[in-house]
Design a protein around this ligand. Sequence first.
Ligand code: GTP
Length: 597
Amino acid sequence: TDPALIRNFCIIAHIDHGKSTLADRMLQLTGVVEDRRMREQYLDRMDIERERGITIKSQAVRLPFTALDDVTYALNLIDTPGHVDFTYEVSRSLAACEGAILLVDAAQGIEAQTLANLYMALDHDLAILPVLNKIDLPAAQPEKYAEELAGIIGCDPSDVLKVSAKTGDGIEELLNELVQQVPPPEGDPDGPARAMIFDSVYDTYRGVVTYVRVVDGWLGSRERIEMMSSKATHETLEVGIISPEPTKVPGLGVGEVGYIITGVKDVRHSKVGDTITSATGGAAEMLPGYQEPQPMVFSGLYPIDGSDYPVLRDALEKLQLNDAALVFEPETSAALGFGFRCGFLGLLHMEITRARLEREYDLNLISTAPNVIYDVFMDDGERYTVTNPSEFPEGKIGEIHEPIVKGTLLSPAEFVGPIMELCQARRGSLQGMDYLSEDRVEMRYVLPLAEIVFDFFDQLKSRTKGYASLDYEPSGEQVSDLVKVDILLQGEKVDAFSAIVHRDKAHAYGVEMTKKLRELIPRQQFEVPVQAAIGSRVIARENIRAIRKDVLSKCYGGDISRKRKLLERQKEGKKKAKMVGRVEVPQEAFISALSTE
Ligand code: GTP
C-alpha cells in the first residue's frame, strides 16, 4: 500500500466510554464485518476481558475506507490496553500511530487515565481528534464537555466531534476527519527493514503472534529476521494483516501494520517495544523507546491444597508464555507451605493473573500482602534488592530506597478535601492542581508505590462516591524511613505476616495484625503471646488465653449425631492446621488474616 493512503490511529478512552462499541461501528461501516455476523465487541476476544469489561491485549485491524474524495484509504485501528499497569504497552501502541481519537463519554467527561494517556499521545506528537460519545443519552452534556476537552487540548469547542457509537450517528464524519487530520506515515522504503513490535500474543495453535508496525523498508514472509534487543534470529513463517480475520500477505511495507508468525512459543522471544530487522544487512539502530518489562509489585502465591503445587507451577509456566512481564520463583513459607514469589506490573496485573489461575486451572490460592521492590544500602557498603520482607537484611542499615509514582487524580471539586486527606495519610506530596472546569479538578501527586498497592483504589472510591479516578506512572525512587515489622506467635516469626512499612505506621500495623490474629487463632492448652516486633523490640502484644476449646459445649442437649459431626469437623480442621512452633493454627486463620477487608 502507498503510505500516502495509510492512516494509523488508536482510540484513547476510559473504560466504558465506548471504545469497543465505536470500533464495532467502524468495522461495520467499512464493511469489514457483515452486519449479520456482527457480534458485540468483535475486538474483545478474551473472556476475562469481556467479564471485567477491560481490554488487556491490544490488537490491530485494517479498515478500507472510501473517503469524501472518493479515494480508498487503509485505516489501521490499533487497540490500546486500558489500564494503568500497562502504561508501557500503551506507549508502544501510541508509538505505532500518527493519530489518536480521544473518546470521552458525553455524560461523564474525561477521566484521569484518559488524561494520562492523552499526555502520552501528545508526547508522541500524535494528531488528536477530540470526540464526545453517547450523545444519544438523555444525560449527555455535549456542550459542557466540549468546552472541557477544548480547554485541555487547546482547540475550539466546535472542533470537538459528537457521535453515538450506539446508533452510528456521526461515525462516517469521524472517519472522514481522521483521513483529513491524521498525517500519513513516513519512512524510508529503500532502507533496511525496521519494524516495531507493539504487541505479542501467544496462540495455542500457531505459537506467538507478533503485531508490528513497519517503519522502514519491507518485512516479507520466509525471511530471516533479527530481534534487535537480543540479536536472536527467526524466520517469518507467515506475514499477514487482520481485517477482521487474519489474512496472509506477501509482506508489509512502510507504515503498514500487521502480524508475523515465526514459530516461537514464548512471548519473551518477541518482546513489546523491540525492533525487528533483517538478519543480514539489517538496520544499525533500534527504534527508540524499548524497555525490558519490569515487575513492580510482588506477592507470594500458595495453593490452599498443598498437593496442587505442581499444578500451580505448570499453570504459571503456561501463563508466562503469553505474559512477558510475569516472573516467579519457588518460595517456602513456614505458615503457608510451598508456593511461588511472583512479580507483576501492578495490582491489576496481579489480580488478573490470580483470577486466571483460579479459573482456568481450577486452583484455590492464597496470596500474601503485595509489596514493592526496596533497595537497601547497608553501612558496610553492601546493597540488597528486597522483593520479599523475609529477605530484609539484618544489621546496620544506611538508607532504604522505595519506588515512587507520579499520580494524576481527577475528581469533582467537592471531593478535593477527602482526596487530600487520603493522599496525605499515604505519604503523598501535592505537586499541582488545576480546575478543568468549574466543578472538576485535576490533582497531581507524588506517592510511594507501596502506599498505592495497598487498598488505595478502594479508599479513593469510597471517599469520593466512586467519582474520582487515578492514574499513575513510575517515577524513580526516594529515600524513606522504613522498617520491617515481624509478627511472632509464642516467640516464633510467622513469615507470611512480616511487612516493610514506614516507621510512623509500624505501630498501627503491629496493633492491627496482633488483634486480628488473637481473634482468628483458637485458644490452645497454654497461653500464646502474639507480638509485633521491629528487630528484637516488641511494639505490640496481645494474648490468646489458655483454655481448651470445648466444641461440644456448643451443642446443648444430647443429639449424638450432631456431636459426632462436630468432632469430625474439628478433626478435619486439624488436618489442615499448620504448626508455628508449638502453636497450632488452622489454615483458615492465615487466609482470613491475609485477606484485606
Ligand atoms: P472497555 O472495553 O471496558 O474499555 O469499555 P469500552 O470503552 O470499550 O466501552 P464499551 O464499548 O464496552 O461501551 C460501554 C457501554 O456503553 C456499553 O454498555 C455500550 O453499549 C455503551 N455505549 C457505547 N457507546 C454508546 C453510545 O453511543 N450511546 C449509548 N447510549 N451507549 C453507548
